[in-house]
Design a protein around this ligand. Structure first.
Ligand code: GAP
Length: 513
């Protein structure tokens, strides 16, 4: 089995074993691509959400929050184009009867070619060391040039075919590239068809009078329809933004990558309203700012890259993804889209109401343009969790599993461990917890030898273990153990709050942006 697959399997099982993520309704064998966040998962998820919210809303005077309902008037989705155009191209394999997203099959193929180029680059890097000039190598090495040109050609053709709705060409591309069913190797494909991703539901007591509704496929539309309410009630001046986190629902065709592609998931979106003509400047600003936010978490610069869209969604005039190096390769983590005035204009047209802004400086009314940043909270979770999970071999040859989560996001910030369950050590430990819990999530653990307790906290991602021993009774000091280095310091109980705060405060982490 490939190493990548092993790593991914490990991520899924660790998430379950340590109370981060369970399959939904598991007693009934689960529900495909739907997951529940358990006691530790819900804390990690909440911390990621808060880290995003603070950076967006609290740190920007001109961005405010919103919590719109999941259910919206059905015309919303007609106006937004989702009813008619929110489709994915699907293809079935006639032999295996498995269903795939045709665009993903082609993109994965292009990514494999990209990886071949990357391998050549990495080999040369290792050979030439510091003298290696990557830029020069990429533009002169015949093999790399060939791989990258092929990748570009495939991606551009896919973009063109999807953009023109030419599904026959997508099928032709799959055949020309000899793409096989990843699970069985069969190349016996059906035609490519469009599949609408909207989840329908009904509102009303009786079947005859029920109104057809949709569960929202993105949170963005709740922001658009409230644009003027927020602008007027908040006396907001363009440029300004509205941020929102919340559930979205998509009837995904293929959902095989744990929480990467779910049918019910959570988005963190921000719509930034600007003067027409100023959207590209804003688009570039948000691309850069959002990447900085990701980088502030310290998961490694090399794990991120931009992917500019060849095929633009029906509402966009520019779009890019921030891709992350997941255990199954680089995939979309966040989208930054210049959505023009498409959505507000469409809601004006369908509702018959004006959704315009009076710009006092220009002395004119206009429909603002919108730049959107949209990141999946669950994908963020996966990126953080999978990258943090490490198997380490220690100096004595033993191994430990450690979840090196950014301390700011860790579900529990410290565990307090009495060395033994007697002599008053549990009581002192409880007293420390009583004090620290006003500021941090703190756990208590007295079961098993202290070494095993350290390992358990390592696996949960707890940045600090505080051990209370007999010396504590004499001089009010404890040992504080750092998860990543395993280094232990003897400190005063009164110093604990400051030490923990310094490592976990959102301020300190966000200031790295
Ligand atoms: N409002 C724009 C929008 O929804 P999108 O690229 O379709 O754009 C934005 O989605 C983000 O939502 C993605 O970058 C991804 O992180 C997340 N996302 C989309 N579909 C998802 C799914 N099925 N499961 C988990 N996350 C998903």
């Amino acid at each position: 089995m490939a190493k990548q697959e092993d790593i991914f399997k490990n991520v899924v099982s660790h998430a379950k074993e340590y109370g981060f993520i369970f399959p939904s309704s598991e007693v009934y064998d689960g529900l495909s691509a739907v997951y529940d966040y358990a006691q530790n998962g819900v804390e990690l998820k909440k911390n990621i959400r808060e880290y995003w919210w603070k950076s967006m809303v609290q740190m920007n005077e001109n961005i405010v929050g919103l919590d719109a309902a999941i259910l919206m008037h059905p015309t919303t989705w007609k106006a937004s184009g989702h009813v008619d155009a929110f489709n994915d191209p699907l293809i079935d394999n006639k032999d295996s009867k498995k269903r795939y997203r045709a665009d993903v099959l082609v993109e994965d193929h292009a990514e494999k070619i990209h990886q071949k180029a990357q391998k050549e680059i990495d080999k040369a890097k290792a050979r030439f060391g510091d003298a290696f000039n990557e830029q020069e190598f990429v533009t002169t090495n015949a093999r790399v040039i060939e791989y990258l040109a092929k990748e570009k050609e495939i991606r551009e053709r896919l973009g063109r075919s999807l953009g023109n709705g030419d599904l026959a060409d997508v099928k032709a591309l799959i055949e020309e590239l000899e793409i096989a069913d990843p699970e069985t190797g069969s190349k016996n494909w059906t035609e490519v068809k469009q599949f609408n991703l909207m989840f329908g539901t009904k509102l009303g007591a009786s079947a005859e009078n029920a109104m057809d509704l949709y569960l929202r496929p993105e949170t963005a539309q709740g922001i658009f329809v409230n644009f003027l309410n927020v602008q007027k009630s908040g006396r907001m001046k363009v440029p300004f933004g509205i941020a929102q986190t919340g559930k979205a629902f998509r009837n995904e065709i293929v959902a095989r990558q744990f929480i990467f592609r779910m049918r019910e998931f959570e988005q963190m979106e921000m719509q930034f309203f600007v003067r027409p003509g100023e959207e590209m400047k804003s688009y570039e600003y948000w691309k850069e700012t959002r990447l900085k936010w990701h980088l502030s978490l310290g998961l490694g610069k090399e794990n991120y890259r931009f992917h500019d869209h060849e095929k633009l969604a029906h509402y966009a005039n520019a779009a890019a993804d921030i891709e992350f190096n997941f255990p199954f390769g680089f995939k979309e983590l966040e989208g930054i889209h210049s959505r023009t005035d498409f959505d507000l204009k469409a809601h004006e047209e369908y509702s018959g109401r004006k959704l315009q802004y009076f710009d006092p400086e220009l002395n004119e009314n206009y429909v603002p343009y919108v730049v959107e940043t949209s990141v999946g909270l669950d994908r963020m979770f996966l990126a953080v969790f999978a990258t943090s999970l490490k198997e380490e071999t220690l100096e004595d040859g033993s191994t430990r599993t450690v979840l090196k989560l950014p301390a700011v996001l860790a579900p529990t910030k410290a565990a307090v461990l009495p060395l033994v369950k007697k002599d008053g050590l549990p009581e002192v430990s409880r007293k420390i917890i009583e004090d620290l819990k006003w500021d941090f999530n703190v756990a208590y653990d007295e079961k098993d030898a202290v070494g095993r307790r350290y390992r358990r906290q390592d696996a949960l991602g707890t940045p600090f273990c505080i051990t209370v021993d007999h010396q504590t009774l004499e001089d009010e000091t404890v040992t504080i153990r750092h998860r990543d280095t395993m280094k232990q310091d003897r400190v005063k109980i009164t110093e604990l709050r400051g030490i923990i705060e310094n490592e976990v405060s959102m301020k300190n982490w966000l200031m790295k942006m």
